[in-house]
Design a protein around this ligand. Structure first.
Ligand SMILES: Cc1cc2nc3c(=O)[nH]c(=O)nc-3n(C[C@H](O)[C@H](O)[C@H](O)COP(=O)(O)OP(=O)(O)OC[C@H]3O[C@@H](n4cnc5c(N)ncnc54)[C@H](O)[C@@H]3O)c2cc1C
Length: 442
């Protein structure tokens, strides 16, 4: 840990994608940042996702046009700043006579998706006849098949690296990143946060860091963290569990990624070629259990095996095909009523003023939109009391550099520069970074 003569400007709880993104953004703007993570980096929900950088075609059904637009814009941005981690992914939606979502509804959705992804660098959607679909993917179930639609989204094969590279960039800009440190207390004086207590998982010692702002980016643990500040914390999170199975190659396996409507409940789920295997998921079930014991249930596993075999009949998947399963809890806003799939996937940056000034909690969000969430969160900090970074330059209209630390010119000393010079330094850094990302092979 760096010298503690003055408090950190910002302490971030949680090194998932959101904590990592905020750390990077805040550190690049000259704030003194510390990140505390109770486990290893990216050990929570961010490691349990479907690994898609996507607009969220499904969200159109719920009228979430701004979210889809934001996500598609971020997909473009991530392809620029993290092209080595985020690759285009072609996805096929087969359409059957019995489907809840018919051919014209899907095509309408695809037109909207294309329109909302203005400026994209991947091709627009295309329609396939039944014969063309079966010629391309002979293993696909043919009974009742009417045709198909193909479109592009993107995949982050290793979400863990995306998190890691954001944290390396934050560290290169002066942030301290502390792992295996569980935050056990948020201390408040005169209505304002002052410091954090944390327990070192390796030594069991308790220590304290002072910080002027505390950002609770603990994902599904957000409420537990708020509980360390007060006994009267409101419940913000209503998590839903999502599970995946990972299987090896199977008979009739597709070459493309597939987005298929499940026969059992009409939910769409993905069958994605991933890392020489197939990633199949996900489910979406309200979860109130132990966050330390999140597992795919037998019912979820059976559902994913059966639905995949229905889509690709030669697969005849059984438990023997499974390499492993994983599950995570989406840190969604608390909503007790309505189907899980209708709960918004938008993020909420919640200032917990009723608990203390300077305390902010992050609710919801997606891997896809973490960069924008981070930018908005740091924009909202305004002037951080006691910080030498007296006015934070906005990054809203700037593609904020590549995610990895690389040969960053934006070091810890930037906080000491006058605002104008700081902005010029950041702009220069961003410009060089953008040029570097356009090199072939990146
Ligand atoms: C099944 C599933 C599929 C998904 N698929 C996609 C997808 O394809 N594309 C997409 O964009 N999004 C997807 N998402 C959503 C996305 O994964 C999450 O919204 C995102 O990862 C949440 O990140 P986070 O940083 O807020 O939380 P997390 O990744 O959970 O990070 C929070 C961190 O806080 C730490 N922490 C908790 N308490 C403490 C404490 N007291 N002290 C210190 N550290 C603490 C935890 O250990 C954890 O590492 C999916 C989610 C799920 C569950």
């Amino acid at each position: 840990m760096s010298e503690q003569s003055r408090p950190y400007d910002v302490a971030i709880i949680g090194a998932g994608i959101n904590g990592a993104g905020i750390a990077r953004d805040a550190a690049l703007r000259g704030l003194r940042v510390v990140v505390l993570e109770q486990n290893d980096l990216c050990s929570g929900t961010s490691a349990a996702s479907s690994r898609l950088i996507h607009g969220g075609l499904r969200y159109l059904e719920y009228g979430e046009f701004p979210l889809v637009f934001e996500s598609l814009r971020e997909r473009i941005t991530l392809r620029k700043i993290a092209a080595h981690l985020v690759q285009p992914l072609r996805i096929t939606i087969p359409i059957y006579e019995s489907a809840r979502r018919g051919l014209w509804l899907i095509r309408l959705g695809m037109v909207a998706y294309d329109l909302l992804s203005v400026g994209k660098t991947v091709p627009g959607h295309e329609a396939l006849s039944r014969d063309a679909m079966l010629a391309a993917e002979p293993g696909l179930a043919s009974t009742g098949l009417r045709g198909a639609v193909r479109y592009f989204d993107a995949q982050v094969t290793y979400a863990e690296r995306l998190v890691l590279e954001n944290l390396l960039a934050a560290r290169a800009a002066g942030a301290d990143i502390l792992t295996y440190k569980t935050v056990t207390g948020i201390n408040i004086e005169q209505g304002r946060v002052t410091s954090l207590d944390f327990r070192d998982a390796l030594t069991a010692q308790t220590q304290r860091v002072e910080a002027n702002v505390i950002i609770n980016a603990a994902g599904p643990w957000v409420d537990a963290v708020l509980g360390t500040a007060t006994d009267n914390a409101p419940r913000l999170i209503g998590g839903t569990k999502g599970s995946h199975i990972v299987v090896g190659d199977f008979d009739g396996a597709p070459t493309d990624a597939f987005y298929v409507e499940a026969a059992a409940d009409g939910r769409p789920f993905f069958i994605i070629p991933w890392n020489d295997q197939y990633l199949i998921g996900t489910t979406d079930i309200r979860y109130d259990g132990d966050l330390g014991e999140i597992r795919a249930s037998q019912a979820e596993i059976d559902y994913l095996l059966a639905e995949t075999t229905r889509a690709f009949p030669d697969a005849r998947l059984t438990a023997h095909n499974i390499c492993y399963t994983y599950a995570g809890v989406r840190p969604l806003p608390k909503r007790d009523k309505g189907p899980e799939s209708s709960i918004t996937r938008r993020h909420i940056i919640c200032k917990n003023r009723k608990i203390a000034r300077g305390l902010i909690s992050i609710i919801g969000g997606k891997l896809t939109t973490y960069r924008n969430l981070a930018e908005q969160t740091v924009d909202r900090l305004g002037r951080v009391p006691g910080s030498q970074a007296s006015r934070l330059p906005h990054t809203r209209n700037v593609v904020a550099g590549r995610v990895s630390a690389g040969r960053s010119t934006c070091g810890p000393g930037i906080a000491g520069l006058p605002v104008g010079q700081r902005c010029r330094t950041i702009t220069r850094y961003l410009w060089r970074s953008r040029n570097r990302t356009s090199q072939p092979g990146r």
